[in-house]
Design a protein around this ligand. Structure first.
Ligand code: NAD
Length: 509
């Protein structure tokens, strides 16, 4: 099997000689934990320790929240002009670009993703910071000039306050940049917690924030586990909002905890995203997009198109095409620039992926490619083969749950209504795609599919201007775009009476 795949074992970059030391960033200072505790992160591809991160507890989290609260309340950031906030955010963007290589290397070593994708993620994130900077200057409210000759209504937007930002391991720097610059542009102050598996690029950002001139206490970073750090960031009375990206299970826990103090919660959660392929589609392009959609980030992607729904007349030929392309995708050492698919994040996760594949086979699905772990010479076996499974039925776990691996499930349909029913038969609703040369088919699909984003004749094109988020159990609230920015703002109505025209309520008899 392996000799039929494209496997790259040699590196182009070396693993650094000593691990990166990641520290908390609290009230403008880089600090270790008071008790000195640290956690090691091993590269999923190379098996060696690549970072050591301070492991935060209650003391560090309390200190970070207190610093953010002080910084918000004294107005050192929240009362700055949009122009001044934008100046700092634009400087951060420049520094991100200047440090792209350093960030990308750590992102690759901690996550297992290919260096080319880590470069795109880290360097590309600068554009999110610049777009957020533009919003800091253009944000505005409404005025109502039709309420009567003596009344003017003004609606203003204000920063919501202290925001807890909790991020996952699969796109650590990108997801941080989908949240933090927007919260800062709005005038909020923040406490950030990255995943314990990928803390370093968030910790590196602290250095860049300080260099760009962000005032102390405006952004605080605590490294550590969901409990106690994340849970305290969610329950603490001095926090006004929680912005979370991660699994639906943890998202539900966060909503329940934050609900105790009625904090605002914005959630970006899992997906089981379908691409529907009609017979009149450009099948060559669709097959390439399906291949990209399932193997990008080793399938460990909220937007992974882990199920395709193909018209029954073209299903066999289409699957053959995807299998042929899958054999050409370069799997292997993430430190080589040609590698397209790297390692699975942990051995436990690799087992979980394999469990879905076994269960589907036992339930009658048919393996067309892969279906087992993969050893890369010199790098061990924390990899998974490109896998395509057909004759998947909607009741199977592999068709309903996030596999989060390079595993494509194929379902088939006969009519348009059946395609829509299959696409919408999911607890998730993050994204969906349609492939057809008929504009009517595409438009009707876009209107009827239950998803926060719909791609037609493409997959996973994203822009800071285009808001992102999910329906159903894929989340609540929106991220990026002007709608994502608005999540970090409260709206205040001001009613102004002009002149002494108010009629007294108490009768002066
Ligand atoms: P996860 O839910 O296990 O962890 C996410 C973050 O939450 C981590 O920082 C973790 O330490 C923290 N956490 C864990 N328990 C917590 C608690 N009780 N209170 C507060 N914080 C807690 O998710 P993961 O495995 O890191 O990431 C993968 C998941 O993220 C997938 O489900 C994927 O679909 C989802 N995701 C969604 C999007 C999106 O935009 N919709 C993007 C990327 C990833």
């Amino acid at each position: 099997m392996n000799d039929l795949l494209h496997i790259i074992s040699e590196p182009a970059l070396n693993v650094p000689a000593s691990p990166y030391q990641a520290r908390h960033f609290i009230d403008g200072a880089l600090v270790d934990s008071a008790d000195g505790r640290k956690s090691d992160r091993r590269s999923p591809s190379h098996g060696v320790v690549v970072s050591q991160a301070a492991l935060g507890g209650v003391a560090e989290t309390e200190a970070a929240i207190a610093a953010a609260r002080r910084a918000f309340d004294d107005g050192r950031w929240s009362r700055l002009s949009g122009k001044d906030r934008a100046r700092v955010l634009n400087k951060v963007a420049d520094l991100i670009e200047r440090n792209e290589e350093r960030l990308a290397l750590l992102e690759t070593l901690e996550s297992g993703k290919p260096i080319s994708q880590a470069r795109g993620e880290c360097g590309g994130a600068a554009d999110l910071w610049r777009y957020a900077a533009s919003l800091a200057r253009t944000s505005h409210g409404d005025s109502h000039n039709t309420l009567g000759p003596d009344i003017l209504g003004v609606v203003v937007k204000e920063p919501i306050g202290v925001v807890s930002i909790i991020t996952p391991w699969n796109f650590p720097f990108w997801i941080l940049s989908q949240k933090l610059p927007f919260a800062l542009a709005a005038g909020c102050t923040c406490v950030v917690k990255p995943s314990e598996m990928t803390p370093s690029t968030t910790a590196m950002l602290a250095e860049l924030l300080a260099e760009a001139g962000l005032p102390a206490g405006v952004c605080n970073i605590v490294l550590g586990h969901g409990d106690p750090v994340g849970s305290l960031m969610t329950s603490h009375p001095e926090v006004d909002m929680v912005s979370f990206t991660g699994s639906t299970a943890v998202g539900k826990r966060i909503t329940a905890t934050a609900g105790q103090s009625l904090k605002k919660v914005a959630l970006e959660l899992g997906g089981k995203n379908p691409q529907v392929i009609f017979p009149d589609a450009d099948l060559e392009t669709a097959a390439d997009a399906v291949t990209f959609g399932i193997y990008f980030n080793v399938g460990q992607c909220c937007n992974s198109s882990s199920r395709i729904i193909v018209h029954e007349d073209i299903a066999d030929a289409f699957v053959d095409r995807v299998v042929a392309l899958s054999r050409k995708v370069a799997f292997g050492n993430p430190l080589h620039p040609d590698t397209q698919v790297g390692a699975i994040v942990t051995p436990e996760h690799r087992e979980k992926i394999d469990g879905y594949v076994r269960a589907a086979q036992e339930a009658g699905a048919e393996l067309c490619l892969g279906g087992a772990g993969l050893s890369v010479p010199g790098l061990g076996d924390q990899f998974y083969q490109p896998t395509v499974i057909r004759r998947v039925t909607p009741d199977m776990a592999i068709a309903r749950e996030e596999v989060f691996g390079p595993v494509l499930s194929v379902l088939t349909f006969g009519s348009f209504d059946e395609a829509i029913a299959l696409a919408n038969d999911a607890t998730y609703g993050l994204s969906a795609g349609v492939w057809s040369e008929n504009v009517h088919t595409c438009l009707e699909f876009c209107r009827r599919v239950q998803a926060g984003t719909v791609w037609t004749n493409t997959w996973m094109d994203g822009f800071p201007e285009m808001t992102f988020g999910g329906v159903k159990q894929s989340g609540q609230g929106r991220e990026i775009g002007s709608y994502g920015f608005d999540e970090f703002l409260e709206v205040k109505s001001m009613v102004l009476r002009l002149g002494r025209t108010r009629v007294p309520w108490v009768r002066n008899t």
